[in-house]
Design a protein around this ligand. Structure first.
Ligand code: F6R
Length: 243
């Protein structure tokens, strides 16, 4: 694991942006694995600014998001599809036919099987990840097997609370209790993984991911076995690291 410790969220976002842009510039038809949540918001803003200022093109880029809430239409303002359009896609020259976010409704078994096939046909060049305060990656909650592929998940209460704090106007009763997520095996197949962790709320998960033995109780610890992982961690999230 390559670990980059930075001062704060801004520096983490700048560093992550450099890494993402390097991939996009070196491979204009790259497959990007993308995340939602609060962590990548500034990174996506920097990517939009770069596109506007420097013309970095996404016209041949394909994107594949990690997850989506179960039961929300794409047009719902809290859906991850909506989040991606608003925070990134609407201001890039990406072809919306090349944008993929798992569907959170319809025939879920069929949707999961289709998404797995899509990922098998389009190997991901770089997978961007955040980390849950409980160590989840994607919506792979503690206990998810490391060989899992795209599946429907029950969200843990801590995840529902974390997400209500930042989204859904704080209304916990509005946060869906289930989601569809790429599995840990899908994430591990990405050629490169870039994880950003910021804030003291992530410190315990970050320590477990890096320093403790690999365990399904802390899904991000699976990344210890990936050959090309970069972790960008701010000082607060790194505060419990001992080595
Ligand atoms: C989002 C995702 C989640 C988040 C994680 C951290 O697509 O898959 O794993 O990355 O919950 O969320 P934030 O960034 O809001 O702290």
């Amino acid at each position: 694991m390559k670990i980059i410790i930075v001062k704060d969220y801004e520096e983490a976002s700048q560093k992550a942006c450099e890494i993402m842009l390097e991939v996009v510039k070196n491979k204009p038809n790259a497959n990007l694995g993308l995340a939602t949540g609060s962590t990548p918001v500034r990174l996506y803003e920097l990517m939009r600014e770069d596109h506007k200022k420097n013309g970095t093109s996404y016209k041949d880029i394909k994107s594949f998001n990690l997850d989506e809430y179960f039961g929300l239409e794409q047009s719902h303002p809290q859906s991850y599809h909506y989040f991606m359009c608003k925070n990134l896609f609407n201001e890039l020259d990406i072809n919306m036919n090349n944008v993929h976010v798992p569907k959170g409704n319809g025939n879920i078994d069929e949707e999961c099987a289709n998404y797995n096939q899509l990922l098998a046909d389009n190997p991901i060049d770089i997978q961007l990840l955040g980390i849950g305060s409980n160590g989840h990656i994607g919506f792979n909650e503690p206990g998810t097997p490391f060989d899992s592929v795209t599946h429907k998940v029950d969200l843990k209460q801590s995840t529902i609370e974390d997400n209500a704090r930042l989204f859904f106007n704080g209304k916990i009763e509005d946060v869906p209790t289930q989601a569809v997520s790429m599995g840990i095996a899908n994430i591990m197949q990405a050629k490169k993984v870039l994880l950003i962790a910021c804030g003291s709320g992530k410190a315990t998960a970050v320590k477990g991911m890096i320093e403790d033995p690999k365990t399904t109780d802390l899904p991000a610890s699976a990344l210890q076995d990936h050959s090309d992982v970069t972790l960008i961690i701010d000082e607060a999230a790194a505060s419990l690291l001992t080595k």
